[in-house]
Design a binder for this molecule. Sequence first.
Ligand code: ZN
Length: 141
Amino acid sequence: MKNVVREMTLATLNDAEFIDITEKVRLILESSLIQNGQLTVITQHTTTAIIINEKETGLQKDMLRFLNRIVPKSGDYEHDLTPIDGRINAHSHLQSLLLTTSQVVPVIDGKLKLGAWQSIFFVELDGPRPNRQVILQILGE
Ligand code: ZN
């Protein structure tokens, strides 16, 4: 079995946004030459997420609105009283808590086994940031 590990660096441009990384993941999978197995994609940050959902501009706006409705920017947050890194970002951590930090996708015949309407998104919740890291691990033959 092969174990291929790659890093993807992303620059985010907004305080919160969904970035479709499906094509980048597909290219990394292709370069791994693995035909059958599984691919894990995980963010390295606590105020981001990796999700799989439909790519549609209106829906991405709805998703951001949904997150902001559940966890508004300002609240009675302890984390904002003593920010370790100087960032007021309790809401970003809490929004991230509602999502997922990683996804696993089956690799079959050299392709990501995603549904017709499924895309892989990196979700920024505390941007903009010049250097967001995503790790991919592809295991298989
Ligand atoms: Zn924080």
